[in-house]
Ligand binder design. Structure first.
Ligand SMILES: Nc1ncnc2c1ncn2[C@@H]1O[C@H](COP(=O)(O)OP(=O)(O)OP(=O)(O)O)[C@@H](O)[C@H]1O
Length: 280
């Protein structure tokens, strides 16, 4: 499979503040890739560099075969960019706004087909300012994909969504990827990354601390369990990547059942938080 995005040793500083410290990434065509990390990790900075909106301090970046710092209009037309929110079109009608944006592209989508795919057919004539938050976000995606982009950037697309709106949004992103679009999205939400992404990179303080498929990430993140037991009247705690072996060794040492033995495997969520905490 060919590569949509390749990033090597990407560094970014705002003045003296180092925000990205040597980021490496490869995103394949047709992949849903999530950049996951806490506030201030550098997610928006990374995608702004990939979109060509921000000049990097150092490193090599290729997006759809071009360096974003030198990408021209033809290159930019192959990207779909969904900003955190378009706020300034409230007075437009929903269909009217899509049709208007379509005029900027050579091969725009049909606005009515797109409205149906977005689940917004009933809102076609409504003013943008009257949409709910979830409907608004779906329209934002519609605006981003009107020109049939090869690569879609979504910056924290589901912030503020209720579970139903989130599920519908995920289905929409999955359909787009199934049609061959590459999708790069940022999120704070581990569950979202786990559910939606083919692969996820966890960014903490400008460094990738783990990257892989949900299963690979679970292995990387679910690294440590706690083994507890009672010895000499006190509770002992051992943190280990191999709790079965630790329990077996204790069993050997005690020559039988281990008093008060407990093995606790933290949830992926707890481990993600501890990974984020450790790196910070
Ligand atoms: N234009 C700027 N000038 C100076 N510092 C900036 C600028 N933009 C972002 N930063 C700083 O860079 C760091 C990374 O910000 P960025 O917005 O990339 O993080 P993020 O992971 O997207 O965070 P969030 O999840 O809160 O959106 C933060 O410490 C932020 O304060």
């Amino acid at each position: 499979m060919s590569t949509a995005v390749s990033v090597r040793r990407l560094r970014m500083a705002y003045g003296t503040a180092e925000v990205l410290r040597g980021v490496d990434l490869d995103i394949r065509r047709g992949e849903i890739f999530t950049l996951l990390g806490p506030n201030g990790a550098g997610k928006t900075t990374t995608i702004e560099i990939l979109e060509g909106f921000r000049n990097r301090s150092a490193g090599e970046v290729s997006v759809l075969g071009a360096d974003p710092a030198r990408g021209g209009d033809a290159w930019r037309a192959r990207l779909g960019i969904v900003l955190q929110s378009w706020r300034d079109h409230g007075r437009w009608g929903v269909r009217e706004l899509l049709a208007h944006v379509g005029e900027f592209y050579d091969r725009p989508r049909d606005p009515d087909e797109l409205l149906a795919a977005l689940g917004l057919a009933e809102q076609a004539a409504q003013r943008v300012s009257r949409l709910s938050g979830g409907q608004r976000r779906r329209l934002d995606v519609g605006l981003g994909i009107m020109g049939r982009p090869e690569l879609l950037f979504l910056d924290e697309p589901t912030t503020g969504f209720d579970p139903e709106a989130r599920r519908e949004f995920h289905l929409l992103v999955e359909r787009l990827a199934a049609d061959g679009m590459t999708v790069l999205l940022t999120t704070h939400d581990l569950a979202e990354a786990e559910k939606l992404a083919h692969r996820t990179a966890i960014l903490v303080r400008g460094e990738i601390v783990a990257c892989g498929s949900p299963a690979e990430l679970a292995d990387a993140v679910r690294a440590e369990s706690q083994v507890r037991w009672l010895e000499d009247g006190r509770e002992r705690v051992l943190t280990t990547a191999d709790p079965s072996r630790a329990a077996w060794e204790l069993h050997e040492r005690f020559g039988g059942p281990v008093p008060g033995l407990q093995v606790r495997r933290p949830s992926l969520e707890e481990n993600y938080l501890s990974l984020v905490g450790r790196a910070a």
